[in-house]
Design a protein around this ligand. Structure first.
Ligand code: CP3
Length: 343
């Protein structure tokens, strides 16, 4: 699998490419399947339909990896927090964790209630072309904790950061509970058949450097260490979004994962210089460039010029596909990368 080879810094015939949120509303095929079920979570829980939408971008875009169709929030959901996806508003929890007493809301063994995820993985792997990798994923403890504390998405993360400063012990106990679940969750995804795993820390950029290492990244590294010790052949991708201001600090850490996801706000030249020896880099085209073919090609050329045709790079966006991006350009993007990076 060329994606897995690239994660291991082996030579590949071209730079592999997949797109974050490659299964989604910008595809009419996705919208058709989505319309068959009541809400987004019903789609995540429907093994046949979740498999179908996981495979759609492979058929339509011909990218090198499929990513399991699910959501990071199924973990807090199965820990006992009721979740709704409200149209045009995003995810909302009916309960949230703001004090020590609220911890009682959380039920143990969430990873045992996620058979719909593991079944989707097995079915997808059985249908997926052998040359294409299947990526499993989870949210990082910090990002999941922000949803559990705020109860929804946030621009300021006030409640989460208030807890960090006024009751850090409580925040650590939430993060530890999450880490324990996530280790088992990723392990069961691997047993079900994923070829690599990715940890999304979408709201890493909300924290200062030292706080991020204490409350965010340490937990990712710890989960990665556990997975690496048991499954050394499974590549691990970490994606801490918004940490460009202290990228050099990641050079000091113990290395427990293989690939570092670079968001679109980071200068990829700087990322290559700072982290490119230690980690394979994944990223980082600004997704909105896909609105315009020329803007897209210009962004691609800059990245390819810097990252070159040698190993050490996996092409991706710097964050997820947006619902109204033109699919024709997404299709052209994948072909463009394969052509322009051919060895
Ligand atoms: O194609 C893929 O990348 C795989 C599927 C995937 C989804 N969510 C599907 C989804 C993955 C990997 C995620 C991760 C996820 N979910 C993250 C981390 C990555 C990132 O974007 O930073 C986060 C923060 C979430 C939480 C979440 N889920 C939000 C904020 C929303 C609402 C935003 C929106 O686009 O509506 C979701 C819903 C969601 N997750 C959708 C999809 C396809 C849209 C649901 C729909 O079809 O109505």
């Amino acid at each position: 699998m060329i994606f897995i080879d690239a994660c291991n810094r082996k030579e590949t015939p071209y730079t592999p490419i997949w797109l974050m949120r490659q299964a989604g509303r910008y595809l009419s095929e996705y919208r058709e399947v989505r319309a068959k079920v009541g809400n987004f979570l019903d789609l995540c829980k429907n093994v046949e339909l979740a498999t179908e939408v996981t495979l759609q971008p492979i058929d339509i875009l011909d990218c090198d990896a499929a990513i399991l169709f699910s959501d990071i929030l199924v973990i807090p959901l199965e820990m006992g927090l009721e979740l709704d996806f409200i149209k045009n508003e995003g995810p909302k929890f009916q309960q949230y964790i703001r004090n020590n007493d609220d911890l009682k809301l959380l039920q143990p063994m969430a990873h045992k209630r996620l058979d719909y995820v593991y079944d989707t993985i097995s079915l997808t792997r059985s249908k997926l072309n052998k040359e294409k990798a299947l990526i499993g994923f989870c949210g990082a403890p910090w990002t999941l904790a922000t949803y559990m504390i705020e109860g929804q998405g946030s621009k300021t993360y006030t409640n989460s950061k208030k807890m960090l400063h006024t009751n850090p012990k409580l925040l650590h106990s939430i993060l530890e509970r999450l880490s324990d679940e996530l280790k088992m969750y990723l392990e069961l995804q691997i047993k079900a058949g994923v070829n690599a795993v990715m940890i999304f820390d979408s709201w890493a950029g909300a924290l200062e450097k030292n706080s991020y290492f204490e409350f965010g990244f340490n937990y990712i590294n710890n989960i990665a260490k556990y997975i690496k010790s048991k499954y050394p052949h499974i590549p691990i991708i970490a994606f801490p979004k918004g940490v460009g201001g202290f990228l050099n600090a990641f050079n000091m850490i113990e290395k427990n994962f293989d690939v570092f996801g670079i968001d679109w706000g980071i200068d990829i030249q700087y990322a290559k210089h700072t982290l490119g020896e230690k980690f394979v880099l994944q990223g980082n085209l600004e997704p909105c460039r896909i609105y315009d073919f020329n803007a897209m090609e210009q962004g691609v050329d800059e990245i390819v010029k810097i990252m070159g045709k040698k190993s050490g790079h996996i092409f991706n966006l710097g964050h997820g596909m947006l619902p109204d991006l033109p699919r024709e350009n997404a299709i052209k993007l994948v072909q463009m990368i394969k052509n322009k990076t051919k060895r």
